[in-house]
Ligand binder design. Structure first.
Ligand code: 23J
Ligand code: MN
Length: 257
């Protein structure tokens, strides 16, 4: 019954599907870590054949990339704090967790005014006073409109003291992990942590604390400005890479239209 209604609603467009995914291409920005940390490869693509002598009837490509390239999923085993979760790799996560509600906290004005803007628990309190408590099992998505920075240099926004990119404070991640039962934390920027997150306590709290609690991350999302504050449902199934720490994926949001 429920699923028949669901299928009809998709077909009729009374449920709309919004693509939260950035297009993968060689210029897709990839996180830059300072030495001595090893870099991630960018996205690469090369033709195998294109209806030509290499394959007259078919077109296909070889791909290369780091697991954390473009719009991607962070699995718990990505971080040392999540390394012992037997269900914490992209291949072992319970697939039931790949469909979940999402809330969107709009801090786009704050991020426009301050490239190093940090979301604090007070922003969540204000949001909950307007929209209600973050539901159990929800993704919490931080809308910054950072995805509108189509120039990779402005998107990464690397400065002498590291990236100037908005993100969550450590207190905010503590709150979401300890006070709310979230599925994960998603952002428009290249990584789930703020650009200055290396200097927080703990370092990279969105990674350290979320993955330490067997929760997920989503990075390089787009179209968050097209989502309602509550009521969207996300489909976030990463590639089933053996012992994978994450993967690029298509992130789809279902919204009542
Ligand atoms: C490795 C080290 C630090 C960070 C990251 C990866 C990411 O943001 C990521 O894509 O998971 S901050
Ligand atoms: Mn990642």
């Amino acid at each position: 019954m429920l699923l028949d209604q669901f299928a009809s609603a998709i077909l009729s467009g009374s449920i709309k599907i919004i693509d939260l995914t950035q297009t993968l291409m060689p210029s897709t920005p990839v996180i830059q870590l300072p030495p001595p940390f090893a870099p991630s490869n960018p996205f690469s693509i090369s033709e195998i054949s294109h209806y030509d002598e290499r394959g007259p009837g078919w077109y296909w490509n070889n791909l290369g990339m780091g697991e954390h390239t473009g719009t991607h999923f962070d699995a718990p085993i990505h971080w040392v704090t999540g390394k012992d979760y037997s269900d914490g790799g992209v291949d072992t996560i319970n697939v039931q967790r790949f469909v979940a509600p999402a809330v969107v906290i709009d801090v786009s004005k704050e991020a426009a005014a301050d490239e190093k803007f940090l979301m604090e628990p007070s922003h969540i309190e204000v949001w909950e006073s307007l929209h209600g408590r973050i539901p159990d099992g929800a993704w919490v998505l931080m809308r910054t409109d950072w995805s509108k920075r189509t120039d990779p240099a402005l998107f990464l926004n690397m400065k002498e003291d590291g990236p100037h990119v908005p993100g969550p404070s450590a207190a905010t991640v503590h709150f979401l992990v300890e006070q709310r039962n979230v599925t994960g934390w998603g952002v428009e920027a290249v990584g789930t942590d703020a650009g200055q997150g290396f200097a927080f306590e703990p370092a990279f709290p969105a990674h350290h604390l979320m993955h330490g609690a067997n929760k997920f991350g989503l990075a390089s999302l787009t179209n968050l400005d097209k989502l309602p504050p509550t009521g969207a449902v996300l489909i976030t199934a990463p590639l089933k890479i053996e012992k994978g720490s994450g993967s690029p994926l298509r992130v789809l949001a279902l919204v009542a239209g």
